[in-house]
Design a protein around this ligand. Structure first.
Ligand code: F6R
Length: 326
């Protein structure tokens, strides 16, 4: 997994230079995908200038046909994820325009049969390790549709390269190792805001899949209206089992920014606040990616410490095969 994560800067550069298939202009987008593919829709929604909705389920929401001039973007690295294929079938039956992003599989075959624009991403990786290919492809497709004005892909590549450094020994590694050492053996809570929510979700899923470690996301200001009540009452044993990391961004809404210090002080009565990570860069994408790469490195260090294989996702594969998905 280390060698796959090391290719993230190249993946964003690949996407920056991509000649995408012609995508019709659209006023809104509905990105359909699961897991490591689906998060590319969340990234697009965070950097877009027009409305981007993300769908991670079977079929399509009832309101899909009422979207203004929509394009449905189906993303599946394997091309065989049944929820995504089901969403695409629903889009076809509703007569919605579809574009596909995939490494192959049934989604690519269907797109070719239907004559939909299809973007093939390089294969051979775990879907979650293809984060740059997938989120970069969605960003470029939506740029073509006129919904994303500035992808930020070149800067995302540069920021990732700086933090990862040669052989993953850059400045990001030192920060990540310190955080991971504080989180080892704990349940992680990633506390963020609207500005960092997508990166927080990626931290959670990378800890789940790479480190096989439980992790949860909590966002301000919402957590100040419910969760804070629960933190202070945790007993000593539980307190030792929860580690909190905050993900920060220089463009946080000022009142959201003002909440982090008093909230972490309250949380600190019930859990270990392990550290804080600030985003870097100018564009929205680069800032998200700067947080994502630290989280990826934290998850790899946690996997090493726990002695688990970060690549294998046996439980996911087992469920897919139990449900008859190829
Ligand atoms: C595996 C991973 C998973 C998959 C998900 C959907 O590395 O990240 O979350 O992304 O099971 O599969 P695909 O991406 O092939 O549609």
């Amino acid at each position: 997994m280390e060698s796959m994560i090391a290719t993230l800067p190249d993946q964003f550069r690949w996407a920056a230079q991509l000649q995408t298939p012609a995508v019709p202009a659209a006023a809104s987008a509905l990105v359909c995908g699961m897991g490591g593919s689906g998060i590319s829709g969340d990234v697009a929604a965070a950097i877009a200038d027009g409305p981007v909705f993300v769908h991670k389920d079977y079929g399509l929401p009832g309101w899909a046909s009422t979207l203004p001039d929509p394009v449905v973007v189906a993303v599946s690295y394997s091309g065989n994820t049944e929820e995504t294929l089901s969403a695409v079938e629903a889009a076809r039956s509703k007569g919605l325009r579809v574009v596909a992003i995939s490494g192959g599989g049934k989604l690519s075959e269907l797109a070719a049969d239907e004559g939909w624009p299809v973007l093939k991403v390089p294969g051979g990786l775990q879907p979650r390790a293809a984060f740059g290919y997938l989120s970069g492809s969605v960003a470029k497709m939506l740029e073509g549709a006129g919904i994303v004005k500035e992808t930020g892909l070149e800067e995302a590549s540069a920021v990732a390269a700086t933090l990862l450094g040669e052989d993953l020994n850059g400045p990001g590694r030192r920060l990540a190792d310190d955080l991971a050492d504080g989180l080892a053996g704990k349940i992680t809570v990633v506390l963020g805001s609207a500005r960092t929510a997508v990166a927080a979700a990626r931290w959670k899923t990378q800890m789940n899949e790479n480190a096989k470690s439980p992790a949860f996301v909590s966002l301000l200001p919402e957590a100040d209206h419910n969760e804070v009540e629960a933190w202070t009452t945790l007993g000593t044993a539980l307190r030792r089992t929860v580690g909190v990391v905050t993900l920060r961004d220089g463009s946080e809404q000022p009142r959201v920014r003002a909440r982090f210090q008093p909230t972490t002080q309250l949380i600190g009565e019930g859990a270990t606040v392990v550290g804080e990570v600030w985003s870097q860069g100018t564009t929205r994408l680069a800032r998200l990616v700067s947080l994502v790469v630290i989280g990826d490195l934290v998850s790899l260090r946690l996997a090493r410490t726990a002695g688990v294989d970060p690549v294998a996702v046996d439980a996911i594969q087992q469920l897919k095969s139990t449900l008859g998905e190829s």
